[in-house]
Design a protein around this ligand. Sequence first.
Ligand code: NAD
Length: 323
Amino acid sequence: MCILVTGGAGFIGANLCQRLLEQNHEVIAVDNLITSDGGNLNKLRSFPNFTFIKHDITNPLPHALTAYRLPLTAIYHLACPTGVPNLTKLAEEMLLTCSIGTRNILELARTHKAKFLVVSSSETYGNPLIFPQTENYTGNVDPTGIRSPYEEGKRFTESLVSIYVRKYKLDAKIVRVFNTYGPGMDRSETRVVPRFLRQALSNKPITIHGKGTQTRTFCYVDDLVNGLLIIMKKGKSGEVYNLGSDQQVTIRQLAELIINVTKSKSKIIKIKRLKHDHESRLPDLTKVKKLGWKLHTPLEDGLRKTSKSLNPSSFYIPNHVDQ
Ligand SMILES: NC(=O)c1ccc[n+]([C@@H]2O[C@H](COP(=O)([O-])OP(=O)(O)OC[C@H]3O[C@@H](n4cnc5c(N)ncnc54)[C@H](O)[C@@H]3O)[C@@H](O)[C@H]2O)c1
C-alpha cells in the first residue's frame, strides 16, 4: 500500500509515518516545515520505503505527488499550523491550510480513489458547555475570537470533508483529536507537557497559569496512532470520532506528576492566566471504543517515555506558552 501523510514531519505525523513504515507500507510525507524543525525526518529517512516532499499544500500539488508511480491507497491529512502563539502569528496560514490545503488533498484522494482520514481537533467544540463532549455536540465557538483561525479552520475542514463524502462518495473519516503528547514534539514546542518536562529536567520553576485548577486529558501518541489506524480501517465513512484520553488531571497535578517522574528539584510557580484559556474539555470516547480502541498507556508511563526522549542540550524554553 502507498500511503500519504500530510504534516508528516510534525509530531503526530512523524509517529504515524514511523508506524506505517514499520508495517512495510510505502509512505510519502508532505510538509512545508512551517511548525516543525524537520528533526523528526532523520529517523524516517532511514527507511528505504519513505519519501519526503517539502511542499505547502495550499499551493497546487507538485507533479511528483499527482503523478506518483504508485496509486495512493490511503491519505492521512494532518497538515495544519499548531500552537497557541501561532494563533496570531500564523492565523492566515491556519485558515488557508484548513480550506485550500484540505481541498487540494481531497481532490488528490478523489483522483486516486484513496481512503481519506482527516485529523481535526477538540477545538471544534470551542469552550464547551456540555461534558463530556459527544461527537454530535456542535460546540461553543467564537467565530472572530483569538482562537478562531484554528477552531473555525478545523470546522471548515470538517464541513468540506463531509461535502466530499456526500457529493463525491469519498470514503472519508473525521477524527477530533484531544491533547496528545509523546516523543517527537518539537524542541520549541509550547504545549504544556513538553514545556513542563523541559522546565523540570532543567530544575527551573514550573509555571502554571492561575491556580492550575483547569483540567486537561492527555493521550500518549502511540495510543493515538493506534486509534488513527483503527478508524481508517474500521470507521464508517462520513462519521466523526473523538480520540484521546478521558482521564482528567488538573494542570497542578500534571506539574506534580512531572516533578515526580523526572525527580526534579523544580518548584511550581503561578503566572497570569491567559484570557482565552479554556477551563476543561473531556471527550466521550464511546464511538471509538466500539471500534475496538482503548487507551493503554498510563500518564505516568507516557511521561517517563517522553522525558527520556528529550535531549536537554537542545532545550529552548519559549516565552509564549500553552496550557
Ligand atoms: N498534538 C495535539 O495535541 C493535537 C490535538 C488536536 C489536534 N491536533 C491536530 O493534529 C495534527 C498534527 O498535529 P501535531 O501536534 O503533530 O502538530 P505539528 O505542528 O507538530 O504538525 C503539523 C505539521 O503540519 C505542517 N504544516 C502546516 N501547514 C502546512 C501546509 N500548508 N503544508 C504542508 N505542511 C503543513 C507543519 O509544518 C507541521 O510539521 C494537526 O492537524 C493538529 O491540528 C493535534
